[in-house]
Design a protein around this ligand. Structure first.
Ligand SMILES: [Zn+2]
Ligand SMILES: [Zn+2]
Length: 432
């Protein structure tokens, strides 16, 4: 492991340069032409050919080791956020209203670094590794688009899939993971409450949707506490209310917007159904009507495979020491479209701490002041590479012999690296 860390250390300067180039030119959604071009050029420089997507600017590349063995999928997301940057960094965003505030620039740079490191260690690579560079994680269904375009059919099946996510709240160089639910589901909704407009002085001649909308906001919170089991939590946040034009006018309609998060399919389904019910019944009690509409882009719960999470902790412990490899006490209520990949193939996601040194209260992911300790990227490079190099299967057989068939991970029985995280006071917060 230590040769991987020192190898990654040698690559850090190049990775920082790549990260800063991406950081200063952030791109949004599924169409990231400049980032895609940069990835293709960097892959080309180490002798790997990137295959590009059709409906999105994805890049997929593959590296084969000398022997048959497990197949590993490693992923980095590449997109930025629609928001201003106020970090004052010399390499800050040059595009107004766009910022890499979730660390995806670092993810790309780290995965490119890992590809370079794995090319150097190709003789030790059991099986093959596939590098997945995905656009559109921040609510644009990038991973699902890549799955629809045949990621698993063309490049799989995979014995293990692994993704890292930077967190500016976790101490720099720490790795955090957990078995089971890792991140929440995310469903964005709009509730339209429709009444009948009129004069604000004569509400009895109108049907006022505003009080009904206000009751719906509070009733949603009561619904969560009374209907959702306390140990299978969910969050409903109404974050926008739009209605009305003048103080003496009762509007025809009010629109509420918000998000629903849950850490199990059961709670998610329960809350989705109950929220629609609460909205329509409260509206009806006030002679209004309510429609409950979900945005088409929704992310399911990100669930780490238990055996994979144990392997991640084991590899992380060997890499950074057990005191810096922490088991997270609870999932994070953010969401990830890596969830779609983990529904189709065994795998896991881990957080990489990158809290800037000397700052008591670092700005979290998605903050306009989000900064990271770039030194942590060498741990990320080594961790990606280590996951590909440490086989989930006991042994590899020479290539050209048989058995390409994938069996799942008996090697995950133990997790010497996993400490039960008293140090995980800083729960990482990241993602969409
Ligand atoms: Zn994010
Ligand atoms: Zn993210």
């Amino acid at each position: 492991m230590h040769d991987l860390l020192s190898g990654a250390g040698r690559l850090l300067e190049g990775a920082v340069d790549v990260r800063r180039r991406i950081h200063s030119n952030p791109e949004l959604g599924l169409d990231l032409p400049a980032t895609q071009q940069l990835v293709l050029e960097e892959l080309d420089a180490i002798g790997l050919r990137g295959r590009t997507g059709v409906r999105c600017s994805s890049v997929v590349a593959q590296l084969e080791g000398p022997s048959n063995g497990p197949s590993t999928l490693l992923r980095a997301d590449m997109d930025a956020l629609e928001m201003p940057e106020d970090t004052g960094l010399p390499y800050a965003s040059k595009v107004e209203g766009r910022m890499h505030a979730c660390g995806h620039d670092a993810h790309v740079a780290m995965l490119l670094g890992a590809a370079r490191l794995l090319v150097e260690h190709r003789d030790r690579l059991p099986g093959r590794v596939v590098f997945m560079f995905q656009p559109g994680e921040e609510g644009h269904d990038g991973a699902r688009t890549m799955l629809d375009e045949g990621l698993l059919e063309d490049h799989g099946p995979f014995d293990q899939a692994f993704a890292l996510h930077i967190s500016s709240l976790l101490p720099s160089g720490w790795l955090a993971c957990r078995p089971g639910p890792m991140l929440a589901s995310a469903d964005e909704f709009h509730i339209t409450v429709t009444g009948r407009g009129g004069h604000a002085s004569m509400p009895h001649d109108a049907v006022d949707p505003l009080p009904a909308a206000c009751e719906i906001v509070t009733a949603l919170q009561s619904m969560v506490t009374r209907r959702v089991p306390a140990f299978d939590p969910a969050v409903v946040t109404v974050s926008t209310i739009h209605g009305g034009t003048a103080t003496n006018v009762i509007p025809e309609r009010v629109v509420l917007g918000g998000t629903i998060r849950a850490v199990s399919d059961r709670s998610r389904d329960l809350v989705l159904a109950a929220a629609a019910e609460v909205a329509s019944h409260i509206a009806a009690a006030h002679h209004c009507e309510a429609s409950f509409d979900l945005e088409p882009h929704s992310y399911p719960v990100t669930v780490n495979d238990d055996a994979m999470a144990a392997r991640v902790m084991s590899v992380a412990g060997a890499l950074v020491g057990s005191e810096r490899a922490v088991v997270m006490p609870s999932p994070v209520m953010g969401a990830e479209d890596w969830s779609y990949v983990l529904r189709r193939t065994p795998g896991a996601m881990a957080f990489l701490g990158a809290a800037p040194p000397g700052i008591a209260q670092p700005a979290p992911n998605h903050s306009n002041r989000f900064v990271i300790d770039e030194e942590a990227m060498s741990v990320g490079i080594a961790m990606y590479a280590a996951m590909a190099l440490s086989s989930p299967r006991a042994s590899a057989s020479p290539r050209a012999s048989t058995s390409p068939g994938a069996s799942t991970s008996p090697g995950a029985s133990t997790s010497p690296g996993a400490s039960t995280s008293p140090g995980a006071s800083t729960s990482p917060r990241a993602s969409a």
